[in-house]
Design a binder for this molecule. Structure first.
Ligand code: GDD
Ligand code: MN
Length: 356
């Protein structure tokens, strides 16, 4: 078994990590023995520190030092997966936010369930994201996880924490060569590309042992890029249908007014027609495979209609309020609100109406 640990300037954490891993992974737990494989992109003395620790460690410690790192953290993990070829692999951070004592739990779970991937999750059971510093990062982590799950509702059905960096892979389950690593979220990349059997175990995300997080705003941007490159899952057809609906909405509005109708009943009619049509097209083209989920077609329609109707009403009020109070540019405010509403509606449809 190989424990792959990506490191970027983590010198002060190495000895403690290896000590706790060695204590957790004795021969009873891992019959074939375990090795630690650091994939290091450090610019400081971390490689020397690792070499020093390796010389005295009670278990084998290997290092890949990448002189020209590509793909960031994800690239490092993929390099580790390639080098560990053939073995069961656990991927974990080098700063002890992922408790080494959890590794045997991942192994046992893999053994008992035969799953392709065992995910250590902060968001299931007794899991906890405590060590994620600040409510802002916690919110972003939650929201981006929800978005990813909405895009890939089938592949991520059993995954409450697709953003975690702590997981186990069954040998041969993942087509490593097909991955295009970038940014921080390698697990999402792995799960979105292939249909895999996933089992989760809860864990408590701890405090960093030493040093500071290497996550940056640029990493956040790369996450958005990554979702794009994974082709937005079913968000693309959803967007096309939404755009068609918007054009139709305006056409109806203009047409009814041309026939002499007052603009208010015209707007309401246009909204109602587009909401119904959107629903029918989504049933057929976006969520066809999820129709035997939680609700009957009537139940789905009722929820969809109620939510989108409410959303349209709330958005109109919000528009009025923001334009009067803060930003006197109706077109700009409307554009932003439509974008936000698009994402919110998409998440609602995926998570509620077509709940798998
Ligand atoms: N080799 C390599 N190259 N390692 C890296 C790089 C890189 O470019 N960037 C970060 N790392 C290593 C760090 O040294 C650490 O061991 C691990 O990746 C995680 O980095 P942190 O800086 O500790 O990230 P974090 O704690 O903010 O984020 C963690 O939690 C996120 C979920 O909230 C990571 O596990 C993320 O993968 C996870 O999504
Ligand atoms: Mn960390």
């Amino acid at each position: 078994m190989t424990v792959v640990v990506p490191t970027y300037n983590e010198g002060p954490n190495v000895a403690e990590l290896v000590r706790r891993l060695a204590a957790a992974l004795d021969d009873d737990v891992v019959p074939g023995g375990a090795e630690v494989l650091f994939v290091d992109d450090s610019t400081d003395d971390t490689p020397a520190v690792i070499a020093g620790v390796a010389a005295q460690a009670p278990l084998p410690v290997r290092t890949i030092h990448r002189e020209r790192p590509t793909g960031g953290l994800s690239g490092a993990v993929v390099a580790g997966l390639e080098a560990a070829a053939g073995a069961r692999v656990v991927v974990m951070d080098g700063d002890l936010q992922h408790p080494p004592e959890m590794v045997p739990v991942l192994l046992t779970t893999a053994h008992e369930t035969g799953a392709d991937v065992v995910v250590a999750s902060r968001y299931t059971g007794r899991g906890d994201a405590g060590g994620l510093d600040g409510w802002w990062r916690r919110l972003v982590s939650k929201a981006s996880g929800l978005l990813a799950r909405s895009m890939f509702p089938v592949k991520l059905r059993d995954v409450s924490d697709p953003m975690t960096g702590f997981f186990l892979l069954r040998p041969g389950a993942v087509d490593v060569a097909a991955l295009h690593p970038r940014g921080f979220k390698i697990l999402l990349e792995i799960l979105a590309r292939q249909r895999l059997r996933v089992v989760e175990v809860p864990f408590v995300f701890g405090e960093r042992f030493a040093g500071r997080s290497k996550a940056t705003v640029a990493n956040g941007m790369r996450y958005v890029q990554q979702l794009t490159s994974l082709r937005f899952g079913r968000m693309s057809p959803f967007a096309v249908i939404g755009a068609l609906g918007a054009v139709l909405n305006l056409a109806i509005l203009a047409g009814l007014q041309g026939l002499g109708a007052h603009y208010l009943p015209a707007v309401i009619t246009a909204n109602a027609v587009t909401i119904v049509l959107n629903f029918l097209l989504q049933e057929r083209f976006v969520f066809a495979d999820l129709r035997d989920g939680a609700y009957s077609v009537a139940g789905r329609f009722a929820r969809s209609f109620a939510f989108n109707g409410t959303e349209a009403a709330v958005r109109t009020l919000l528009l009025w309020w923001i334009v009067e109070r803060a930003v006197p540019h109706p077109e700009l405010v409307q554009a932003v609100l439509i974008l936000v509403a698009f994402v919110v509606r998409f998440v609602f449809q995926s998570q509620v109406v077509y709940r798998p």
